[in-house]
Design a protein around this ligand. Structure first.
Ligand code: CU
Length: 341
């Protein structure tokens, strides 16, 4: 028998044996067609489609940590004149996606950041600092590598633009009424152009889906104040169940690794002032287990709209400390795709 007819026979046998096993075609038109809301650049669009998105993110940090062990305020004040007590970071993120072709989806994102931090001095005096304004913006391109069948793969290419200010000042009890440079974590941007390469893999079946994303952030050069934030890497994997056409529930694991700063902002003259002005006390790693919910309205007055929420619970964190530890993170988002066809 010729090889070719042999293959044909095998194909006929396979088709007969598995008629019901037609491969599920991945689609974004279901609640879990988008990843949990805190994942960025998770999905691509079809040619001509665009999408608007808004995300609200709130992160709460309280208490200090060195390595994996918690530090009391008193022990931080043994080494520094000021101890940070807690910090709240709120971000408003507006995004747009547009697909000039089936293979390429472009992204742009702008952020507004609100930071608030409470401190205590060695003398026992408490004081607050705050900063708000535009954060760093980003541009990205998603390049589809696999766009058929039940799994999808795309590359994430991104560039972070140093739009956020690194010149934020404030008055502290030690500054004699003058406005001085606020510490590193209170600045709104990195001050550097950052490259963010990544890869995303998605899979779907009738009633559940999964995904994986790995991404890096490479800081380029040094900013105008003479320092550079640490490079970072992130890996996440998730699983989502779709109990109905409108709702999906997700569980995710997210690991993050970020480095210390290099260089030095000359405004921080005293290294013993506070741990937040130390370049060598910025890095760390963390493992979160975020739980999420996606809503998708397939029809009706809200057809095509998406609402989603995700709650991060850190299960492990190790910090170059003393450094404030993350207690929780909340992301709430809205998305709407527009198809011109
Ligand atoms: Cu989109």
């Amino acid at each position: 028998m010729h090889i070719r007819s042999c293959f044909r026979l095998l194909a006929v046998i396979a088709a007969t044996a598995m008629p019901a096993q037609a491969q599920y075609e991945w689609t974004s038109s279901r609640p879990d067609g988008h990843a949990p809301i805190a994942v960025m650049g998770d999905h691509t669009h079809e040619q001509g489609e665009y999408m608007l998105a808004y995300r609200y993110m709130r992160m709460s940090m309280a208490g200090n940590r060195d390595g994996t062990s918690e530090q009391t305020t008193a022990s931080v004040l043994d080494h520094f004149m000021v101890a940070p007590l807690d910090m709240t970071m709120t971000m408003h993120m507006a995004g747009i996606m547009y697909a000039p072709s089936d293979a390429v989806t472009l992204m742009a994102m702008a952020n507004w950041v609100d930071n608030a931090m409470n401190h205590q001095t060695r003398m026992g005096m408490g004081f607050a600092a705050s900063s708000s304004g535009l954060g760093d913006a980003s541009l990205g391109a998603l390049i589809g590598l696999k766009s058929e069948g039940s799994t999808r793969v795309h590359l994430n290419g991104g560039l972070s633009l140093p739009v956020g200010s690194i010149e934020r000042t404030g008055v502290t009890p030690m500054s004699d009424g003058n406005a001085v440079q606020l510490p590193y974590p209170m600045q709104l941007g990195s001050g550097t152009w950052d490259v963010t390469p990544g890869i995303t893999v998605l899979g779907m079946s009738e009633s559940w889906s999964w995904g994986f994303q790995g991404m890096g952030r490479l800081r380029m050069g040094e900013n105008s104040r003479g320092y550079r934030q640490g490079h970072s890497a992130m890996g996440t994997a998730w699983f989502a169940l779709k109990p109905s056409a409108m709702l999906s529930l997700s569980v995710r694991g997210e690991g993050r690794l970020w480095g210390d700063y290099s260089g030095h902002d000359a405004a921080y003259m005293n290294r013993m002032m506070a741990p937040t002005v130390r370049e060598d006390l910025r890095g760390g790693r963390r493992l979160d287990v975020p739980l999420g919910l996606n809503l998708y309205f397939p029809d009706g007055a809200l057809a095509g709209h998406r609402l989603a929420v995700e709650w991060h619970m850190p299960v492990f964190q190790s910090l170059h400390g003393p450094q404030l530890e993350t207690d929780w993170m909340l992301t709430v988002g809205w998305q709407k795709s527009f198809d011109p066809h």
